[in-house]
Design a protein around this ligand. Structure first.
Ligand code: APR
Length: 242
């Protein structure tokens, strides 16, 4: 019996599925992960590139690095993993809670996506309330707000809180689902790594799709050790109603 057949038996009556996704799901779209052998944080110092302190110290450096990521992300297309999750909406209620800022779930067609860490297109003023979305390249960095202060990427950096309403909706979705599928995240970053706990409190089934073992693999009901673009298209066929 294959793992898919075993899972199929268990998830027959599932009504609400929540996906928790991380950098790994976009890896096969050409976007690097943060941790692991070729992860960004192996070659770059997160504390010098993804904290508010680092931003105030050298906003130009942070913007130059951010611009490079923007170019990479804008050139990327959703892969079979993102597409499979979007397709699943045809069969069952799906909410995607993503730590990614690349927008690829929405590009693939998912309609219920909560971006826990923001989006690469978004900017905000480091002082006033100004927020905007920018798709074109910044010719000068750091860009300035009309109020005269520096604009910053509207992404959640280390040490910062998640946007409150988004986090509350994420907790709600996790606490209500009967199946949580955790894809391509090392689950080392808080508070996103608490979402499986909320799901478990609702007796949800937890499934991890990741080629590597994670900090929370031992909490899972099933683990599938392969890449998401390979696994997810096969996986969603389980839910196809004949
Ligand atoms: N398919 C599925 N999983 C994969 C694939 C793949 N093709 N390739 C890699 N992975 C897995 C890795 O094994 C790893 O467990 O994806 C995970 C990526 O982990 P991280 O790089 O830590 O990414 P993530 O968990 O999203 O990081 C959380 O950290 O720096 C911050 O803000 C950043 O949102 C990010 C947060």
């Amino acid at each position: 019996m294959s793992i898919f057949e075993i899972i199929k038996d268990q998830v027959r009556d599932v009504k609400k599925i929540v996906f928790v996704t991380g950098a790994g799901i976009s890896h096969e779209s050409g976007i690097p992960t943060f941790r692991g052998k070729k992860g960004l944080w192996r070659n770059y110092d997160a504390m010098k590139l993804a904290t508010i302190g680092a931003f105030y110290e050298n906003p130009r450096l942070i913007w130059e690095w951010h611009n490079e990521r923007r170019r990479n992300i804008f050139a990327a297309q959703p892969n079979q993993g993102h597409k499979a999750i979007a397709k699943l909406e045809e069969y069952v209620d799906v909410v995607v809670l993503t730590q990614n800022i690349d927008g690829l779930h929405q590009k693939a067609g998912s309609t219920e996506v909560l971006e826990l860490h923001g989006n690469i297109t978004k900017i905000k003023c480091s002082v006033c309330e100004f927020r905007d979305e920018v798709l074109s390249e910044f010719s000068e960095v750091p860009p300035l707000c009309d109020c005269g202060n520096i604009l910053r990427p509207d992404a959640v950096w280390f040490g910062e809180s998640l946007q409150r309403d988004i986090w509350q909706k994420a907790i709600f979705a996790a606490s209500e689902c009967d199946l949580m599928i955790i894809v391509g995240t090392s689950l080392v970053v808080s508070p996103a790594n608490m979402l499986p706990i909320y799901a478990k409190q609702n007796d949800a089934i937890l499934i991890e799709i990741n080629p590597e073992k994670t900090e929370m693999s031992f909490e899972m009901d099933f683990t599938i050790r392969n890449t998401s673009a390979f696994v997810l298209p096969k996986f969603i066929s389980i839910f196809k109603r004949e």
